[in-house]
Design a binder for this molecule. Structure first.
Ligand code: PMP
Length: 312
């Protein structure tokens, strides 16, 4: 099945069927791949699509490569332009999900630093409502990976076996989402999303040292909560039992956006309804990602009608 028409692969856009990787490449043998999931949002009013926080995603991809010691010296300088162009060349005039990936190619071994290949794909995505994604969650009995062994700060495909274990167990047990505790027993994050709760009027989320991915959405929401909604915010360790007495709780991420939690371990969150803070945060997030707030804080890259980039 063709999920998208053109895929960026090492300097050119190739048809879907031609984007291939060899079975003996270190990416296949050792999971040596880092990636970003990025969203673009369609604005009907502006007849324009905007890539959300393109530069921050590219920066995180570079940091993931650095920690895993990929040789990034031959990478295209303008990865952000590749992201924009991938949406444009596929003419996606709706919301879109973009995947930018870099991996160890060739036929090397575990200690190969290259050659590094780069690919970018973009696929149309349906618009969502907050009411359509009100979910149940459980605290997983799997622990989140840790900076001493598999650093969660690195967005590598290999880390997602931890997420998969937790998610498959949660689904098998009848829940929609899993929340993982870290090795210290404190709340870490979801399987592909960060965790927030509201307790007594304060919005709380674990710090970046709690075994989480340094989420772009988390950083965005912290800024919106502080500067736009003017709510008190704390980044601090969260105990398991705190989530059972939270007034509101939600997961956040590029794909999850803001996903409110209905219950955790079958205990209703607050009144079991989508809370006021969660709803107003969603409204604010929606207007920021679609460029409807006036000043866009440098968060948006227009897709269509840009002057074509020089080197890719
Ligand atoms: N944590 C994990 C483990 C994730 O996979 C994701 C999704 N990238 C997030 C958090 C949210 O990160 P972001 O807001 O940058 O998408």
């Amino acid at each position: 099945m063709e999920a998208t028409k053109f895929i960026y692969l090492n300097g050119e856009f190739v048809p879907f069927a031609d984007a291939k990787v060899h079975i003996l490449a270190p990416v296949m043998k050792y999971g040596a791949l880092v990636f970003e999931g990025i969203c673009a949002y369609w604005s009907a009013a502006a007849r324009q699509s905007y890539v959300f926080r393109n530069a921050e995603h590219v920066q995180r991809l570079r940091e993931s490569m650095r920690i895993l010691r990929f040789d990034d010296s031959h990478l295209p300088a303008k990865l952000d332009e590749i992201v924009r162009r991938t949406v444009e060349i596929n003419e996606i005039r709706s919301d879109a999900h973009i995947r930018l990936a870099a991996w160890i190619d060739g036929a090397g071994e575990m200690d190969s630093a290259g050659p590094v290949s780069v690919a970018c794909t973009a696929m149309a995505r349906a618009e969502r409502t907050i009411d359509g994604r009100f979910r149940t969650a459980t605290i997983s009995n799997w622990r989140r990976i840790d900076d001493r062994s598999m650093p969660p700060r690195v967005k590598t495909a290999a880390n997602y076996s931890n997420s998969r274990l937790a998610l498959m167990q949660a689904r098998g047990d009848g829940y929609q989402e899993a929340i993982l505790l870290g090795v210290d027993g404190k709340v870490s994050e979801g399987t592909a999303a960060c965790f927030f709760m509201v307790r007594n009027g304060v919005v709380v989320t674990p710090p970046v040292t709690s075994g989480i991915l340094e989420s772009v959405t988390r950083a965005t929401l912290l800024e919106v909560l502080r500067d736009v909604l003017r709510l008190p915010v704390q980044e601090r360790p969260i105990d398991r039992t705190e989530v059972y007495v939270a007034d509101e709780a939600f997961l956040c991420g590029s794909v999850y956006e803001i996903t409110p939690l209905k219950s955790i371990d079958r205990i209703p969150v607050g009144k079991g309804e989508i809370g006021e803070v969660t709803r107003s945060l969603w409204n604010s997030y929606e207007s920021h990602v679609r460029g409807e707030t006036g000043g866009n804080r440098g968060w948006l890259t227009p897709v269509f009608g840009s002057v074509a980039a020089a080197a890719m």
